[in-house]
Write a protein that binds this ligand. Structure first.
Ligand code: 13P
Length: 254
């Protein structure tokens, strides 16, 4: 089985003036481990990307965007394309975050085009999937994950599957302080890996699957010690250098 390098990304969401981004990256970037040990990234708002990239220059901290449009360019007012991001030096992009699905009408149909468009431009996508609280309580977690993984990765040739990072983020655990237990998270991440395995066994062994949803320094090690959890997508705890770095540290043993 291939060794999967742990991956920890901080999703700042709609937070971060340029000054705040510069300070936070300056505090984090010089202290992240070599990418062979743990890959690290921050996902900044569009307006702070250039500043974050400048502050991260010469370090191993990657800078990612939080969304993009699937087209290369065109009459799509207010949107940003993958080539616009790569021109800046951005290395990846979060796609299908539940907040985009819930509040901004992001669809599986659009994601089917966004995932290959990101890879084609040289951006590593972090594709987010996860169920709502009602779906969880109705025992529909697997149905939801199957639908999202199958549809969102449908446009991708099997040899590119392992280039995608998948984040399992149960919506009921996001920003609520209500983390999934390590066992719950492991079960869902193993299921996501099996879904990738339906498309390619090699990709399933190699693809990184992260857990996201109220990850904190106190629960990070337990989550990332699970067999099928290869890292974390961190919201609130990524806005403070020490807590983000403590989660990165916990990934070393994961
Ligand atoms: P919190 O860590 O704040 O729960 O956010 C998780 C998340 O949505 C990361 O993308």
């Amino acid at each position: 089985m291939p060794e999967r390098t742990p991956y920890v990304a901080g999703n700042w969401k709609m937070w971060g003036s340029q000054a705040e981004a510069r300070d936070l990256v300056a505090a984090i970037a010089p202290r992240v481990p070599a990418p062979a040990e743990v890959e690290t990234a921050v996902c900044a708002p569009f307006t702070a990307l250039a500043t974050a990239l400048e502050a991260a220059q010469g370090t191993d901290l990657a800078v990612l965007a939080q969304n993009m449009h699937q087209a290369q360019g065109g009459a799509f007012t207010g949107e940003v394309s993958a080539p616009m991001l790569t021109e800046l030096g951005v290395q990846g992009v979060v796609l299908g975050h539940s907040e985009r699905r819930q509040f901004f009408g992001e669809t599986d149909r659009a994601l089917q085009e966004k995932v290959p468009a990101a890879l084609e431009a040289g951006l590593r996508p972090i594709l987010c999937v996860g169920e709502t609280e009602e779906e969880n309580e109705a025992g529909e977690t697997q149905r939801k994950l199957r639908q999202q993984v199958q549809e969102d990765l449908n446009g991708l040739a099997p040899q590119h599957l392992a280039e995608v990072v998948i984040a399992y983020e149960p919506i009921w655990a996001i920003g609520t302080g209500k983390t999934a237990t390590a066992e719950q998270a492991q079960e869902a991440c193993a299921f996501v890996r099996a879904l990738v395995g339906d498309k390619s066994k090699e990709a399933a062994a190699a693809v990184r699957i992260l857990y996201g949803g109220s990850v904190k320094p106190a629960n990070a090690a337990g989550l990332m010690a699970q067999e099928d959890i290869d890292g974390a997508l961190v919201g609130g705890a990524s806005l403070e250098a020490e807590s983000f770095l403590a989660i990165v540290e916990a990934a070393k043993g994961g």
